[in-house]
Ligand binder design. Structure first.
Ligand code: HEM
Length: 144
């Protein structure tokens, strides 16, 4: 059981690193580097990226949810007030981040208008991720 607990903790942290790291890279490295490129080159680069980014983000969300639910099952019993409140806030914000990530990486043409504002939505996502990581650190202290 100890091995499974460790693996799930690893999966949670690794999936979070992959998803948040990709978001940081896209917002602060990739988007500014597109400036000055001709529209054709920009579109081709984004098209080539999109499938890989979609697979990465969907896999990371799967890993986060699986390990997050396992961690919840494991740690809920030993939690103390206000664990439930902080947990609800964290999971609510995490679902918001997932929603933005799924819309931004969607191949559905209906999401084009949403994706046109990718700079704003990546910033929203990063702000929420910074808060979620802080809430997660706080959760770790709320056990007897
Ligand atoms: C963007 C989404 C998320 C981020 C950035 C995130 C981040 C983190 C981090 C950094 C930790 C601390 C890991 C450790 O030191 O062991 C953690 C722990 C945890 N996460 Fe997440 N998480 C996310 C989503 C979720 C979701 C969706 C769930 C539940 C379904 C969840 C449930 C948990 C639980 C139960 C813990 C253990 C808290 C404790 O020590 O009591 N997380 N998370």
């Amino acid at each position: 059981m100890l091995i499974l607990n460790l693996m799930m903790r690893w999966l949670h942290i690794f999936s979070v690193i992959a998803a948040v790291g990709a978001t940081v890279f896209m917002r602060w490295v990739l988007l500014p580097s597109l400036a000055g490129l001709p529209d054709e080159a920009k579109d081709l680069l984004l098209k080539n990226l999109s499938k890989r980014v979609r697979i990465l983000i969907h896999s990371a969300i799967g890993g986060i949810l699986l390990s997050g639910l396992y961690n919840t099952h494991l740690l809920w019993k030993s939690s103390v007030f206000p664990y439930g409140l902080v947990y609800a806030l964290k999971v609510g914000m995490a679902l918001g981040i997932f929603w933005v990530a799924i819309f931004l990486t969607s191949s559905n043409p209906k999401r084009a208008a949403f994706q046109a504002n990718r700079k704003k939505w990546l910033a929203v996502s990063l702000t929420l991720a910074i808060i979620v990581v802080a809430l997660s650190a706080y959760l770790r202290t709320l056990h007897y």
